[in-house]
Design a protein around this ligand. Structure first.
Ligand code: AHM
Ligand code: MG
Length: 353
């Protein structure tokens, strides 16, 4: 009798095959309109990740996948063909989706509007399509970073001033790491969860739920080639690390990969400012803030050195920010060296205060 039928392995699917879209709905404990939107948004982001992963995995075999385009982007950086491809992939997966009115990325000076979505999809996707693109041509890991924010501004407002808000306004954030496997890590503000792409299914399958950071870890991740350009406080921290047992330097040149290691094993990633460029290299809205959101959700800490990173309000879309992110004790240690130098300078200006 069909009515009495009970699947023999009711729990096998739950244990082995929690897909991303199902997980989003479970997280939100709702089938309401916003939960459906976020689930659909995450599914589209996952689709972008699969398309980019496929292109990367065949990049040495197909025409026009590797190398530079010959153009520079709004930040004055040389644009790679893979940057353009990945940027366009994110746009195309949201065309006619009814989900995202506006996209803003590292590769586009102004936000990109999809007007037909705007009456329905009051969301903005902020993203770095290929983070660490210097790794593309040498077959090392790269990533994509994303954040979703609610759109409150005018539909075709090129200034997008409603985006100039702090990182607490992010509804969701995450990244896709294109390594030996493709991994998607995301948070809706209810813990951090990772998924691994099963190429045979074409689905991201739950790998780890509610990832928690250790309070201290052995890894420090920084481009020490910039030592001579840093403020003395950052040099103090690096000297401290060099003189103490138990630290390992790990730096891949792709923030997503370095961040993933820190998230899994603990430690600290730093991209501080330099004396000439105090704001550093990394962009607030689509690199640092999404990762800060994840890090805090995992019990870690993210800072500019003097301010909680999620509190920073950008002055413009492509604003850069120093980034110190990782295990709480390790980030606090870096901050303590910065505070020490600030105190010294204050004492010099106003001795005996
Ligand atoms: P990109 O998004 O243009 O690739 O730039 C960001 C990357 C990060 O992934 C990485 O941490 C950093 O730039 C590396 O910079 P550097 O080569 O100065 O160490
Ligand atoms: Mg980047």
């Amino acid at each position: 009798m069909v009515d009495d039928y009970q699947p023999a392995q009711t729990h096998a699917l739950d244990r082995d095959c929690t897909t991303l879209s199902r997980h989003v709905l479970q997280q939100l404990q709702s089938f309401g309109p916003e939960a459906q939107d976020l689930s659909a948004l995450m599914s589209r982001i996952a689709l972008a990740g699969k398309l980019i992963a496929r292109r990367l995995s065949r990049s040495g075999l197909v025409e026009d996948a590797l190398g530079f385009t010959g153009r520079t982007n709004v930040q004055g950086e040389e644009v790679k063909k893979m940057d353009v491809f990945a940027n366009d992939v994110f746009i195309s997966v949201f065309q006619q989706s009814g989900l995202v009115c506006r996209l803003a990325s590292e590769e586009m000076e102004k936000p990109y509007y999809i007007p037909e979505n705007c009456p329905i999809g009051r969301y903005t996707l902020l993203y770095d399509p290929i983070d660490g693109s210097s790794n593309v041509d040498i077959n090392l890991n790269v990533g994509s970073i994303f954040a979703i924010r609610r759109q409150t501004g005018e539909d075709l407002d090129q200034a997008a001033s409603d985006l100039l808000q702090n990182g607490h306004e992010q509804l969701a954030a995450g990244y896709i790491l294109y390594g030996p496997t493709t991994v998607l890590v995301y948070s809706l503000g209810r813990g951090v969860h990772s998924f691994t792409l099963d190429p045979s299914l074409g689905e991201f399958i739950l790998a780890a739920e509610n990832i928690r950071m250790p309070e201290h870890g052995p890894n420090y991740s920084v481009n020490e080639g910039n030592f001579w350009q840093w403020e003395e406080s950052i040099r103090d921290y690096i000297r401290y690390v060099h003189r103490h047992e138990g630290y390992s330097l790990r730096y891949s040149g792709a923030l997503v990969g370095d961040f993933h290691r820190i998230l899994m094993q603990g430690g600290v990633f730093l991209y501080p400012g330099t004396v000439k460029k105090p704001e550093g290299k990394l962009r607030l809205l689509y690199e640092s803030a999404p990762l800060a959101f994840l890090m805090e959700q995992a019990g870690g800490r993210a800072s500019t050195g003097t301010e909680r990173l999620l509190d920073v309000v950008p002055g413009e879309l492509h604003q850069r920010t120093p980034l110190i992110i990782g295990s709480s004790e390790d980030v606090e240690l870096v901050e303590s060296f910065i505070q020490e130098r600030i105190r010294e300078q204050t004492d010099l200006v106003a001795p005996g205060r």
